[in-house]
Design a protein around this ligand. Sequence first.
Ligand code: FAD
Ligand code: NAI
Length: 480
Amino acid sequence: MANKEFDVVVIGAGPGGYIAAIRAAQLGFSVACVEKWINPAKKMVLGGTCLNVGCIPSKALLASSEEFEKVGHHLADHGITTSDVKIDIAKMLERKQKIVDKMTGGIEYLFKKNKITWLKGEGTFVAKSDGGYQIDVKPVQEADKPETVTAKNVIIATGSKARHLPGMPVDNKLISDNEGALSFDTVPKKLGVIGAGVIGLELGSVWRRLGSEVTVLEAMPEFLAAADAGVAKEAIKQFGKQGLNINVGVKVGEVKAGKNNVTVNYTDKDGKEQVLDVDRLIVSVGRVPNTDNLGLGNIGLATDERGFIPVDDHCRTKLPNVYAIGDVVRGPMLAHKAEDEGVLVAEVIAGQKPHIDYNCIPWVIYTSPEIAWVGKTEQQLKAEGREFKPGQFPFAANGRALGMGSSDGFVKVLADAKTDEILGVHVIGLNASDLIAEAVVAMEFKAASEDIGRICHPHPSLSEVMREAALDVEKRALNK
Ligand code: FAD
Ligand code: NAI
């Protein structure tokens, strides 16, 4: 029997792959998507890292833990008295899983609606063929049968997995990566975190709010080196006040897992030997691209030295009609970047001329206060020798932030010294994740800081801080 043929086969149904499949189907192509993920209930699911063990479950736990902290510590200021506040961890995890199930089920619905065939199993390139590329789909459940399909176009969207370190065997009980750390069944009394990156800070915050004594060990001498230095300085101050114990410039040595504890030997920034004894340890030291068993060699593709699939600005590999997107290629490992690349590739296949400005991809860290930025940091602009003017405005001078009881942080706008074009916007404060969207729009339209300063913003709202920071570029903030 001849292989089934599709115009487009996507390998991987994370935010990159499932969005690529939907956009390709919207453009009239016959589309299949290969996906192998099995959830803890032994059900095959779509959505990849983001929906199953990434963005969505982590934000659910951040929200639950934030409510817990609010009730326990911040309602008294409003004159609200509470007593005997408890958290039921099993219920919190059940809520998280319900959200995940709803979202992954939603993608199944979207696949049906857009007539996308879900090929259940692991996809491997077998060979180039006249009609395109042959891909084997190896079942991961007994009920499914192996099959080989032919694709005129292939989009590799196989994502990434947690990087593990030698000498730190992850069992997702005592020593966990993101998967285990999203499902602790009890609140560890003492929690260690290796790596003060995005996962370390977000999940460290979750368990600290729920009662853990959290110690973070970071190898780099500088905290949050990718963020604007002013924001990073404010962040470490705020996290320290909350009780997150962050140690930078450390060298982690031997890690020993006992029966119920983990001992971490490390050298601190002053060269002193230290020992950290914890109930659980999270290892969050970055992620590596997924290309195992993909059969790239069978079609003449290779990864670069770091394991990424090399692509150009339009996510084209060196082979005709083979594209790669999301965490498996260069650029930030972010769900919205993967999604935008998915749309871009589907449109390239359709002969359109899409474009992504990678400088306009926002970053958000969902701590409290939230941290978000787009464009260049002050230190990057200085290194490039570009002349700029900064404008900054604090949430402490904003009535809405005060009313909401969360007035830490600021917005900072960096604009070109001559043209006033906005070059970067940095927010640390309440709802930074939403506030940054205005800056992204402004930068995509090459707006000047004066443009944001002249636009009417609702009062009272947190967005007024963005406007005041823009006005402050010319030192004409109205409430400063
Ligand atoms: P993935 O989501 O990793 O999906 C790849 C899919 O491919 C998987 O489902 C995998 O099973 C499948 N696959 C791999 N190989 C094969 C094969 N051979 N055959 C069939 N299927 C295969 N990003 C944000 O923007 N915001 C956040 O708030 C955020 N929070 C995060 C929190 C955590 C704890 C983690 C771990 C990540 C977070 N991220 C966040 C990052 C985000 O999850 C990733 O950038 C995003 O999931 C990448 O999408 P992707 O489609 O490239 O890959
Ligand atoms: P990360 O790259 O953000 O941070 C890893 C940290 O570990 C770095 O600060 C690094 O210096 C440190 N490190 C590396 N090796 C170390 C060692 N041996 N000892 C001590 N420290 C060490 O990686 P993380 O936190 O694992 O997250 C992976 C990716 O997932 C992120 O880069 C991001 O792309 C994505 N993500 C995005 C989120 C968001 O958008 N809100 C949330 C969570 C993850």
